[in-house]
Design a protein around this ligand. Sequence first.
Ligand code: FES
Length: 247
Amino acid sequence: MTIETKEMKTKMIPIFVMGKRYEVPETLTIMKAMEYAGFKFIRGCGCRGGICGACATVYGKAGDYKLYSGLACQTVVEPNMYLTQVPFYPANRAVFDYSAVEAKPEEIFQLYPELFRCVACNSCTKVCPMDVEVMDAIAQLKRGNIARAAEMSFSCIQCGLCTSRCMGELPQYHIFQLARRIYGGLIAPRAQHLQEAVKIVASGRYEECLQSLMKAGDAELRKLYQEREMEPEMTGEDWTPKDKKCL
Ligand code: FES
């Protein structure tokens, strides 16, 4: 079957959602194809842009023994794709007081002792839709290299697919999040310009502007937003737009 208009001709292909067959346009992503088929996302959909990790999907293909995975908002449908959503995957997430955490590998070892259950099967890396070298980043952490693990896992969007395939049952995405927090808060060099900007905000420079914005009504806020200068020229030393407008 094809959908035809003057401008386009779209081929329809069969996909299977939780075992049921649907005909969908071949150009759609899994997410849009499911919506086309009548599904309404209540879970398993967030940003629609490959950033939030809410739309992890597992799928098979007819005549292929392999199990594939991807983000529903980024992966285009294929004929005879058998798919299901994995909007959440249960995994242990350590509870801790961040202010008491030190920049030591032992902190991670204590909060996530399962780190050492990794059997280096590389299933986590193969399944990652963001191409994070998950197994290697875990190996870095086992060696105590928090900075390298934080850097390697920077693209992680917490979809949980690594954990879903892990032979050692590690919650890799939670472990990486802790590594990045330790790195960002306690190891990475401070950004000088950010510290200066924070000082300026704390000094009350924007207080008047903020107060007037808080008092503004909906229509006024919309007008201000729409008329704002997109890339205001900053004076450099004091981070204030030259024309002193609030937006
Ligand atoms: S909906 Fe956010 S990554 Fe797909």
